[in-house]
Design a protein around this ligand. Structure first.
Ligand SMILES: Nc1ncnc2c1ncn2[C@@H]1O[C@H](COP(=O)(O)OP(=O)(O)OP(=O)(O)O)[C@@H](O)[C@H]1O
Ligand SMILES: Nc1ncnc2c1ncn2[C@@H]1O[C@H](COP(=O)(O)OP(=O)(O)OP(=O)(O)O)[C@@H](O)[C@H]1O
Ligand SMILES: [Mg+2]
Ligand SMILES: [Mg+2]
Lengths: 168, 154, 154, 168
């Protein structure tokens, strides 16, 4: 169940004009200068998978991930941030009977999020249940945020055992 | 429940040795249960022996050595229970040229098993990409340029 | 006591703006007291405006942007209260080429005020050293080679 | 009060044959492959300045910083780890009436440390008092360990204010 593409609109440094990021099923690499938006793309993926922690998205509250207008000024700020993700589902790892699964999340300035699954409104908890069956989550050993690679070596031996327990 | 754990643990343990050797060019890394009879009473240690050195607990290792060890551990878990994708944000930040090169090779290899999306500032890793995106910013707005790397076949 | 604090704070505040501008090529960074009347009732925020972007609290900044901001803060403190020496272990790990170059220039400059000892894997920083040590390991034992960089005067 | 040189013997990857590291009063840079001993040199400086936290030296207990013999085997392990540091004191920032100040610390396999100040045995607390007058300490904003540069930006606003308070 890999990610075919991510669509970003009004999220962090991504303006109101939607940007579509098609991902390779093998090895995709993202590069660019400091502050250009690389980590923001990864934040977008975690956001659409249901991350509730504004803090882990480097924001004080969830509404802060909404594009603030950039150099064009706050009059050009977005009203909502929206991320969509298209997941391959040929092997039906996600318990939804479609060959690809489309997930979308939009947050407004009051910090309220709406989720869509294949175009249909769903509650976050329903979405999380479905995603977890496929091993999809906004956190886990498979997501290494910037500066955290040595976490796996710095955790305690007991935490390390628990990590393995949680996998099975 | 204990058997399920022990089976998973042994599989990860075996893969860890393999990936650590690959990433370090012959180093010996191993996991070790602190309490063999009752694994749930204690934790799991990581011992590493880098080429030319003694085997030591991971705590004393250097920044680059810890990064290499963590990556070995991540892919060891992948062997037993592959995640659908991996998001890797600048995991090469503390690696020297020699280790970055090995990491780049390993990422390329492992991307056959699971989708890998990696952020890097290093050429050696960009060079192995199937698809490469350059992100830049204009008036505070991010823009992307994409380079799909195709095999040249005449 | 409050006057002593406010005086120190203002000096650091002013230097921070200066160093941030140097390190970012014209960016605007500033400290801000959350409670102006009673500074001890609350904390001190850092706002940063990188070239081409809006002013934002430091929390949302990127890894490289945070590194640059932290270095500006360290040298802002140095202006008011220089430490006898600075030990800087791979502070450039998340910097791109452009920011590393500016950092290298700034470290060279500030070494006139206090002793700086920096660990790096980057040529651009090694090139500015007054004294450069290469460390290598043999049979698990560290050895050093030293290159003192002398001005060539004929 | 800058560091003129550091002498390392039996400490971490530094074997029983003493190594002397002369430092420039301006800009000294240390480089080399992963695991070669660069950060260990900085650990040595913090150690001799009285750092009591084995954990911050990446050891479980203080005796673990003693050279373990390397590839030569544990028969070649050192019995003690010793660091000496020579500090410039022309401006008498350190309240000792010598133009340079020599500080030494040795730890044995039982984790017991001995301190020497200009060749004379002193208690750690006496040494710490003297050093702190000169602004010398094994921790502080002037010592940035590997991977911690963004700490200053990640601390809370209140912690940041306290940092400035502690300077005056
Ligand atoms: N809501 C928002 N509106 C506009 N800009 C934002 C918003 N939230 C965050 N940003 C900006 O996003 C930028 C950070 O982007 P990101 O973390 O993706 O950079 P990066 O490319 O990963 O850089 P680095 O190489 O330094 O890690 C910061 O400049 C931050 O101010
Ligand atoms: N008591 C000891 N005896 C022998 N070796 C030790 C001891 N304590 C630590 N080491 C070794 O020191 C090495 C770490 O050295 P150090 O942290 O200085 O590396 P580094 O040059 O900073 O590398 P990097 O570039 O990866 O940060 C590790 O291989 C570790 O096992
Ligand atoms: Mg980033
Ligand atoms: Mg190091």
């Amino acid at each position: 169940a890999y990610i075919k593409r991510v669509e970003i609109r009004g999220f962090k440094t991504f303006g109101s004009k939607k940007i579509s990021v098609p991902l390779d099923r093998g090895f995709t690499v993202i590069t660019g200068p400091n502050g250009s938006g690389k980590s923001n793309i990864l934040d977008a993926i975690r956001f659409v998978l249901g991350d509730l922690s504004a803090r882990s998205l480097r924001a004080d509250k969830m509404s802060e991930v909404i594009f603030d207008g950039g150099r064009l000024g706050s009059s050009e700020a977005a009203k909502t941030a929206q991320i969509s993700i298209l997941l391959d589902n040929k092997k039906r790892q996600i318990p939804v009977d479609t060959g690809t699964v489309h997930i979308s999340r939009k947050v407004n300035r009051r910090g309220i999020s709406q989720y869509l699954l294949n175009g249909k409104n769903v509650s976050r908890s329903h979405l999380i249940d479905i995603l977890s069956i496929a091993g999809l989550s906004s956190a886990g050993h498979n997501i290494v945020m910037q500066g955290t690679i040595t976490r796996l070596t710095d955790i305690t031996p007991v935490e390390r055992r628990k990590l393995i327990e949680d996998l099975i | 429940k204990k058997e399920v754990f022990v089976e998973a643990y042994n599989e990860i343990k075996e893969s860890f040795v393999e990936f650590f050797a690959k990433l370090t060019g012959g180093g010996i890394g191993y996991l070790s249960q602190q309490n063999q009879e009752d694994p749930f009473a204690a934790g799991i240690d990581i011992f590493v022996q880098f080429p030319g050195k003694n085997s030591r607990l991971i705590a004393s290792a250097s920044g680059g050595e810890k990064s290499v060890t963590a990556v070995s551990f991540i892919f060891a878990i992948q062997s037993m229970s592959p995640a659908p994708f991996y998001l890797l944000d600048e995991i090469d930040a503390h690696l020297d040229a020699y280790n970055s090169e090995r990491l780049a090779d390993l990422l390329k290899q492992q991307s056959a098993t699971s989708q890998l999306i990696a952020i890097t500032l290093r050429d050696v890793i960009m060079d192995r990409a199937d698809r490469l995106f350059g992100v830049y910013i204009q008036n505070g707005i991010s823009k992307l340029v994409s380079t799909k790397i195709e095999e040249v076949t005449s």
